[in-house]
Write a protein that binds this ligand. Structure first.
Ligand SMILES: [Fe+2]
Ligand SMILES: [Fe+2]
Length: 354
């Protein structure tokens, strides 16, 4: 790859990461005073066990190992190359967003329990982001993380939204990585890039991060009762539906894995739902045919919006407006579907079993 192309590409992928789009990962700010006040005494024993795991840092060497990709597959298939890049850029944005948020919380509080866990989680996310950047660098398109941190728009989220949303994104991240890893273990010929070989240990980091958020919520049970259940329901649906739409926008990637994106997504939902029963008082019924139909309608409406945007023009602008209203209505219908009640168990701590 010549120098000029490589320079342009660096800017493009950084630009892609900086852009704020509806479904792209965001960067967050929050009310740090609420984190200062968190009291984890009600879950002290489990907390201390978890902290010892973080201290052990078993994945310290894992992300230092060299990756030596054979890029011929990607070079021969430009569509796959494009979708793989899209996956890496959106993943690095999500990893780095976690890193920045956890670091910001740590810097802004004195609460020793919370500061310590945030420091460990920022350490892990920084490694993950750095590792993805290594892969991007080998493709000649590294993201400028300093620029991303400075230029990315930040969204303010109340602390409780941070607990629900980051808990879910950590656990769904675990479910996504482990499902891909297990699939490629069975079909090694489909592993078109070595980064997927890192996923097993990697997803255990994400699993632990989810445990920390689960304990924070369990220490304050009112977060999991009353009208907060409406928020939990909202975040479950938002996270699941965003993932569904995003994964279906990368058909080439799943074809290369030899996976059906719908099957993959429902497997990830099943794992995430099962895990989230450790802390959430309700789960979504993702097997309900109306749920499945609603997700398909959401996907179609989003594809139509993207098409109208691409075509441009005044007519398409109105069309996009109408489609956005339609997306809202489908989302509300999905939100109002019956959920399943869950009795939260006494102990939060769990070992990954997938
Ligand atoms: Fe991560
Ligand atoms: Fe994480």
């Amino acid at each position: 790859m010549n120098e000029l192309r490589s320079e342009n590409s660096i800017n493009e992928s950084t630009e892609r990461a900086v852009k704020t789009e509806m479904l792209a990962p965001r960067f967050y700010r929050t009310d740090y005073a609420a984190f200062e006040k968190l009291d984890i005494e009600p879950v002290r024993a489990e907390w201390d066990t978890m902290m010892r795991e973080f201290e052990r840092d078993i994945n310290r060497e894992h992300f230092r190992k060299e990756m030596n990709p054979d890029l011929s597959n990607l070079e021969a298939n430009p569509d796959l190359h494009e979708e793989f890049l899209d996956l890496l850029v959106s993943s690095i944005t999500a990893e780095y967003s976690g890193c920045v948020l956890y670091k910001d919380i740590e810097k802004n509080i004195k609460n020793p329990d919370i500061a310590a866990v945030m420091k460990y989680m920022a350490r892990d996310e920084s490694r993950h982001a750095g590792f993805i950047n290594k892969a991007l660098k080998q493709l000649g398109v590294a993201v400028d993380l300093g620029f991303l941190k400075r230029e990315k728009a930040y969204t303010f989220f109340k602390p409780k939204y941070i607990y629900y949303a980051t808990y879910l994104s950590e656990k769904i991240g675990y479910a996504r990585y482990i499902t891909i890893f297990r699939h490629l273990q069975k079909h090694p010929e489909k592993c078109f890039h070595p980064i997927f070989n890192w996923f097993e240990e990697w997803c255990n980091d994400e699993f632990r991060h989810g445990e920390a958020l689960a304990l924070i919520m369990r220490a304050d049970p009112k977060l999991l009762r009353g009208y907060n259940k409406l928020w939990i329901r909202f975040f479950l649906l938002a996270v699941y539906s965003t993932m569904y739409i995003r994964d279906h926008s990368r058909p080439g990637l799943y074809e290369a894995f030899g996976m059906d994106p719908t099957e993959y997504d429902y497997k990830v939902f099943d794992i995430t739902t099962e895990i989230s029963r450790q802390v959430f008082p309700l789960t979504l019924d993702t097997d309900n045919p109306r749920f499945r139909q609603g997700l398909e309608q959401l996907l179609e409406a989003n594809l139509s919006i993207a098409k109208a945007k691409e075509q441009g023009g005044l007519g398409n602008l109105f069309r996009r407006g109408a489609l956005t209203v339609k997306v809202g209505l489908i989302f509300i219908r999905l939100y109002l579907l019956p959920t399943k009640n869950n009795e939260i168990p006494d102990q939060v701590g769990m070992v990954p079993a997938w």
